[in-house]
Design a protein around this ligand. Sequence first.
Ligand SMILES: [Zn+2]
Length: 315
Amino acid sequence: MQQERLVAEVNAFMNQQERRILAQDIDKQDANMAVSDSRFGMNPQTHRRSFVRSIAGGTLATMAAGATADVDPRKVLLYESTRKEFREAIESGALKAVIVPTGSTEQHNEHLAMINDTASVTLVAQKAALLLYPKVMVATPVPVGISPHWMERKGTLTLKKETFLAVVFEICESLQAHGVKNILILNGHGGNVAPLRESAPKFASKLGIRIETNSYWDAYTPEIVKKYMASGKAPGHAAEFETSFAMAAFPERIHWEGVDYDKIKSRLNIKDPQSAIQEEEFAREAKLATAAKGEAMIEISVQWTAGRLRQLCDA
Ligand SMILES: [Zn+2]
């Protein structure tokens, strides 16, 4: 892995970010932030001035080699494309790689939507694919992950490890059948990390194509986390990082109304003491979130993911 090149790219990007974001009045930006374009079926009508669009057509596009200004964000989503569009992309040789996002549907404390991880990773995937258009497309996200550790909290859905891996494998197998040679399984949920890392090389050798995996937060070095997160933590769980991400990307998935973390403790009755302490910690840290931090962290991850995809396509 050309780690140094990626680090250099991220550093250059961060310097630019600092001028662009941190110099601004963060509170004002939080208030004015109007973004949402995950296109993951949650909010098809909400199409405010799009974060994705602004990136595709803005300063970042000029930084990314080969990026096309103002690409329709739909064009990089396999599941929003027609068979004609996909066929032409693969048969012309323009399409070099596909991202398979993997997420979860699980409790995200009292204030974040359960689809959070899936929506977050899909957004990063889409924005990275846009930077590399038309080389990369995003497959349908796997919306449920391995979350047995959160089953104490109501609403969480979980798959058994083998079920989850079978779904991911068969998506890769389908893509391979259509001629896709490079796949990045981009993960957005902690419980999926180890099984994916262990399985990606096996999937690759079974299918005879290149398959690699990363979580979108692999972009964050300890220095980046320290710089942007007051809690010093990312990704955490529904805490400063994930709440900041949601504020920047899809504020409609944050619901603070009626949330009282002090009152909820007794009702939840969490048996594992470690888990109960963590719950309080994350609730406290969520209050540190801002949309500006979220925007910076998202863009760092998008740049890093685009770098990984470039390596995958060029290898
Ligand atoms: Zn999460």
